[in-house]
Design a protein around this ligand. Structure first.
Ligand SMILES: Cc1cc2nc3c(=O)[nH]c(=O)nc-3n(C[C@H](O)[C@H](O)[C@H](O)COP(=O)(O)OP(=O)(O)OC[C@H]3O[C@@H](n4cnc5c(N)ncnc54)[C@H](O)[C@@H]3O)c2cc1C
Ligand SMILES: NC(=O)c1ccc[n+]([C@@H]2O[C@H](COP(=O)([O-])OP(=O)(O)OC[C@H]3O[C@@H](n4cnc5c(N)ncnc54)[C@H](OP(=O)(O)O)[C@@H]3O)[C@@H](O)[C@H]2O)c1
Length: 236
């Protein structure tokens, strides 16, 4: 692991509480990482003498080595997300990384299923972009669970990827849609239950809260044995 000094290159508000932050690496100027890995920030926490560490997945693909993209939701009063939301374009920060065992395996023969809730999409974006380059002919499915229309982002980018890659399937499902939603409704668990016929030739990647990871793991296991790679963001 290295310590990186970086400059905030671009900030983009994606929803009412989700922000994308692009960091341009200054020293060292490039990072070599595996799709799915994370970087960590040490941030001050009120009432504590020492900083606390908060990890954030890299959402950009490893082929882009001089800049990394983070995507995170604001947790009111949370030291990690409050610190990152306080950064402004042009400001400097530092992080450690890359780290993590949740990364895209070189698993040439398997179809891939990615299941994310909320900002659990971050490592999936890096992995899917990498996989589509590596093996454009292998089937890839993404199920992404959000609450309602106001929580949607990256839908245009995903639609463009689907248009360019016939073997890519993306379903964004809303658990609490407002009237007028034409897409899938309910939790990602229901999509796994209903739309995954067999796990015989599948590798599964899960990222989000502990409840989703537990429930989806159980649904997959009930269908048979296959590799399941998991990144838990928080305990419910
Ligand atoms: C390997 C790893 C990678 C991660 N990558 C990302 C990422 O790319 N984007 C991202 O938004 N978060 C990510 N997280 C979560 C992140 O590290 C922080 O836990 C999160 O930003 C909350 O920290 P905080 O200090 O602001 O809030 P804290 O005071 O630590 O509050 C945590 C509480 O906030 C709630 N919460 C709301 N949203 C989240 C969330 N996304 N993650 C965790 N808890 C949440 C939960 O109820 C949790 O109990 C990752 C976590 C891990 C372990
Ligand atoms: N996003 C918001 O508007 C919001 C608002 C207040 C607080 N928070 C808190 O912020 C944290 C994270 O927010 P988030 O936006 O990343 O996540 P989230 O809003 O809690 O959930 C994202 C999606 O995951 C689904 N989900 C939850 N448990 C699941 C399970 N066991 N299996 C399958 N799907 C499951 C949710 O469905 P359900 O809707 O059915 O739960 C929702 O569709 C949580 O602690 C949340 O309580 C979020």
């Amino acid at each position: 692991m290295n310590t990186y000094t970086a400059e905030v290159n671009r900030i983009q508000d994606l929803t009412h509480d989700v922000r994308a932050i692009e960091l341009r690496l200054l020293d060292p100027p490039t990072m070599s990482f595996k799709a799915g890995q994370f970087v960590s920030f040490e941030v001050p926490k009120e009432g504590q003498p020492r900083p606390v560490t908060r990890p954030y997945s890299i959402a950009s693909p490893p082929e882009q080595q001089d800049r990394i993209l983070l995507v995170l939701n604001l947790v009111q009063g949370g030291p990690g997300s409050s610190y990152l939301f306080s950064l402004r374009e042009g400001e400097r920060t530092s992080c450690k990384g890359p780290a993590g065992a949740f990364y895209l395996r070189d698993d040439g023969t398997k179809d891939l299923l990615f299941v994310a809730t909320g900002t659990g999409i971050a490592p999936m974006r890096s992995m899917i972009l990498t996989q589509l380059q590596r093996q454009p002919d292998r089937p890839v499915t993404l199920f992404w669970g959000l609450r309602s229309q106001r929580d949607l982002y990256w839908q245009d980018e995903l639609a463009m990827l689907v248009a360019a890659h016939p073997r890519l399937t993306v379903v964004t499902t809303l658990s609490r849609p407002e009237p007028g939603w034409q897409g899938a409704s309910g939790r990602v668990t229901a999509l796994v239950e209903e739309r995954i016929a067999s796990v015989r030739n599948l590798a599964v990647y899960l990222c989000g809260g502990s409840g989703m990871i537990k429930d989806v793991t159980a649904r997959i296991n009930a269908k048979g044995l296959c590799p399941i790679y998991r990144e838990k963001y928080y305990d419910e």
